[in-house]
Design a protein around this ligand. Structure first.
Ligand code: HEM
Length: 432
């Protein structure tokens, strides 16, 4: 339909796009998700320009490269300890427990909100909104994305069900943006607010608190959950799958933890520099399980050239991150979960320069993601054995590594057992 599409399969070419980042950091206009539902106010779909820069500035004052992640570490460790406890009580529901872990960290940091045990209204609302987002951006799901004029049809006309759906999704999206934000405001008014991204943004005396500033603060806040929850859960879930499939890696990582940390306490962030193999497990998880297989589509602001090829203004650029992370020339034997490839004097290509995207849209939550995943991986390895589940005849079930489709990809549900490594480990979990 006259739309140019550039699919980038190699990390070298992605680096070229990265170098000319400003020209290739727009987003394509999505009719259903963006124009009709309004998700184009969120950071992921926002067009390139001053408003995006304002969002990214907000983001980086809180979890960016110059804002040390250290201030968030105690919270991440506390929530990870709660995850260990939930898991030991209810090990069958691993993916639910991981979702609670990621949600608790992000909502606490963003709004100063403590997620309830059991069912939680905020989490339900935001998850519902995230599901709508996933359905709205699904390629080929809505004809209006190909024929934009359809959005002007009246709702009573047969075949325009997407308009009603968009209206309903917009209502949920508005509630998701407003409700947790209003919670922080009310806590601040009552003098009981925990320090959070929103509270510090509202208290910032140097900022001019224009309606635009407050709008951007609100939308940046909601982008933290939408950008950070599923991605972190997918990575951590994949880590558990890898440990089931590659027990020798698990043993080696546990041996490192036992030698460095001992078994009288849980690993902390202070141990991070002394646990190279565990860090390599984190890196290999980011490579082996590509969370965003084709990134988020970029668009060209102006005509340009990449490696001698003409890229017209408005072209959509899809970075095939999955391919880059499984390219056998870059990562030999790419389906093997092998942390060693990131160690030694000649480590293989830097995974983080691929898996978090490129240009001015590179993932702004990468430092938080790294910290959250490290904490989950290190503490889980310290106290749990992660093994194959047994079927009714006592035969171990070998899970298959398959992923769901969509913008964010998860390992398909699998069975495993997660048990304390010892009585001592059990005490560490329940008493910490
Ligand atoms: C393992 C975890 C994560 C992975 C693999 C990941 C990966 C990505 C990727 C590939 C992109 C698209 C970049 C591009 O367009 O080139 C992205 C964007 C984004 N990520 Fe992450 N991410 C992770 C965690 C997080 C976390 C924890 C947060 C929030 C706290 C977050 C917030 C965002 C946001 C807001 C965007 C949109 C940025 C923009 O459009 O300018 N991500 N992420």
């Amino acid at each position: 339909m006259g739309q140019s599409l550039v699919i980038v399969n190699s990390a070298d070419i992605m680096d070229e796009f990265d170098k000319q980042g400003a020209n290739y950091s727009d987003r394509p206009v999505l009719q259903m998700a963006g124009e009709l539902v309004g998700f184009n106010n969120g950071m992921g779909l926002l067009r390139y320009g001053p408003r995006l820069r304002a969002y990214r500035k907000h983001f980086s004052r809180f979890v960016g490269p110059n804002k040390p992640i250290q201030s968030h570490q105690p919270l991440i460790e506390e929530e990870t300890r709660k995850f260990l406890r939930r898991t030991v009580e209810n090990s069958g529901d691993l993916s639910h427990n991981l979702r609670k872990l990621a949600g608790s960290i992000i909502l606490n940091l963003t709004y100063g909100y403590k997620v309830q045990d059991g069912q939680d209204d905020f989490v339900d609302l935001i998850e519902h909104d995230n599901e709508n987002f996933g359905s709205a951006v699904k390629a080929g799901a809505f004809l209006v994305d190909v024929l934009p004029w359809l959005k002007y049809l009246p709702e009573w006309l047969p075949g325009t069900g997407f308009l009603k759906l968009a209206r309903e999704w917009r209502k949920t999206s508005d509630a998701t943006v407003d409700t947790p934000y209003a919670y922080t405001e009310s806590q601040m008014a009552a003098g009981t607010a925990l320090t959070s991204f929103v509270s510090t943004g509202l208290e910032d005396d140097e900022a001019n608190h224009s309606p635009e500033y407050l709008r951007d603060l609100k939308w940046t806040a909601v982008s933290m959950y939408s950008g950070g929850a599923d991605t972190t859960v997918s990575t951590e879930y994949a880590f558990f799958l890898a440990m089931v499939l590659f027990p020798e890696v698990q043993k080696k990582a546990q041996a490192e933890i036992d030698a460095v940390v001992g078994n009288d306490r849980l690993p902390t962030f202070a141990d991070m520099p002394h646990l190279p193999y565990v860090n390599a497990v984190v890196t290999e998880t980011l490579r082996w399980n590509c969370v965003a297989p084709s990134g988020i589509p970029h668009a060209a602001v102006e005509d340009g050239y990449i490696n001698g090829y003409f890229v017209p203004k408005g072209a959509i650029i899809l970075a095939n991150l999955w391919n880059m992370l499984h390219d056998p020339e870059t990562y030999p034997n790419p389906f093997k979960f092998d942390p060693e490839r990131h160690l030694g004097p000649n480590p293989q290509r830097d995974v983080r320069r691929i898996c978090f995207g490129f240009g001015r849209r590179v993932c702004p939550g990468m430092h938080l993601a790294d910290a959250s995943v490290y904490s989950c991986v290190a503490m889980s390895l310290a106290v749990f054995n992660i093994e194959k589940a047994l079927d009714s005849n006592g035969i171990p079930i070998t899970p298959v590594h398959e992923n769901t489709d969509g913008l964010i990809s998860f390992p398909k549900p699998f069975e495993c057992t997660v048990k304390p490594r010892s009585e001592k480990a059990y005490s560490l979990i329940t008493e910490s």
